[in-house]
Ligand binder design. Structure first.
Ligand code: IPE
Ligand code: IPE
Ligand code: MG
Ligand code: MG
Ligand code: MG
Length: 331
């Protein structure tokens, strides 16, 4: 099994090699231990505003669709992507940054992420039973409703971006960035590759570089765009936007590597989902790199993410801590 070097950031400003961890930071196991500049309750409240209300007079099918959308979104996710977007905006916008400029886009990422999980769990994809400690959306509401809930969450996401209280040109830019990250050039494309390899029943040899590309698409793109769009919405200059894009790219890599690691060493009671990669013959990081190397590569990607923030001061400290959390988390 070969190793791929910890990737430099695509697109070019050289930012130097990953720094080894000096162990000087505290271990962070839970998201709430991070000092967010905008509390997750802000995102939760806006998601509640965006999601359709439950009215008893609607047709039964519509009521089920609405309930499934809420079930798949409000079920206790970590809110990593919206919190990351807001924190990136803060890093460039400073203490006076008004989160209303970015909240719609932050929620859009959680809506798209939730849709991706609902579809990921379907029998035609990973065939999962539990998500966030609860039965998967399709188990509760049926497959057809779960598919439609994902569809409706994706369109709601783009409506949400238009709620960003900022100029129309910036909103347009962010719509384009998020669309590219969610579609065939990003998450959906990565899922297609993942499933194609899965259907080979583990018989195909996947190279480390191929797995890295898969991770960059299926999970990395939405995490990268959270940092990138946050920097745009915060009014960052070219260098700041590029630094945060690079941070997001490496954070996304670390995130999926650690997700694959947790599938092997995680406690389902804590992760809220059963281990399934081995059973599904997934080309996961522990399979391609080996478990210990996968953990090492995740930590290296986390440190590369931190290194991308060198031009920032204390205003990016929560982003640095988030990168460390991602490879220490147990859920
Ligand atoms: C899990 O994502 C699926 C991946 C893309 C790796 P998260 O770990 O962010 O899931 P929640 O939203 O916190 O449940
Ligand atoms: C999911 O990757 C990536 C998505 C785009 C949803 P996984 O299939 O490994 O995510 P989990 O482990 O089911 O959360
Ligand atoms: Mg999957
Ligand atoms: Mg899955
Ligand atoms: Mg997984």
């Amino acid at each position: 099994m070969g190793m791929v070097p910890s990737p430099a950031c695509g697109g070019g400003l050289g930012r130097g090699p990953a720094r080894p961890s000096n162990g000087s930071h505290p271990t962070i196991f839970c998201m709430s231990a991070l000092s967010w500049h905008f509390p997750p309750s802000l995102v939760e409240a806006e998601l509640l505003n965006l999601l359709p209300a439950l009215s008893t007079d609607a047709a039964r099918g519509l009521r089920h669709l609405r309930e499934a959308m809420r079930y798949g979104t409000l079920g206790g996710g970590k809110l990593t992507r919206p919190q990351l977007l807001l924190e990136a905006a803060f890093a460039v916008g400073g203490a006076n940054f008004d989160p209303r400029k970015a909240l719609g886009a932050a929620c859009a990422l959680e809506l798209i992420h939730s849709y991706s999980l609902i579809h990921d769990d379907l029998p035609a994809m990973d065939d999962a039973q539990t998500r966030r400690g609860q039965p998967c959306c399709h188990i509760v509401w049926g497959e057809a409703t779960a598919i439609l809930a994902g569809d409706a969450l994706q369109t709601l996401a783009f409506e949400a971006v238009t709620h960003c209280e900022t100029d129309a040109a910036t909103v347009l830019k962010v719509v384009r960035l998020i669309a590219q990250a969610a579609g065939e050039a990003g998450m959906a494309g990565g899922q297609a590759i993942d499933l194609d390899w899965t259907r080979d029943g583990g018989s195909r040899a996947i190279s480390p570089a191929q797995l890295t590309q898969l991770h960059a698409l299926k999970t990395g793109a939405l995490i990268r765009v959270a940092a990138h769009a946050g920097a745009v919405l915060g009014g960052g200059n070219g260098s700041q936007i590029e630094a945060l894009r690079c941070y997001g790219e490496n954070l996304g890599r670390a995130f999926q590597l650690w997700d694959d690691v947790l599938d092997v060493i995680g406690d389902p009671q804590i992760t809220g989902k059963a281990s399934s990669d081995a059973q599904n013959d997934k080309m996961s990081a522990p399979v391609v790199f080996g478990l210990e190397n996968a953990q090492r590569l995740a930590r290296e990607a986390s440190e590369t993410a931190v290194a991308a923030l060198q031009e920032f001061g204390n205003e990016a400290q929560t982003l640095r801590n988030l990168a460390r959390f991602v490879v220490e988390r147990n859920k």
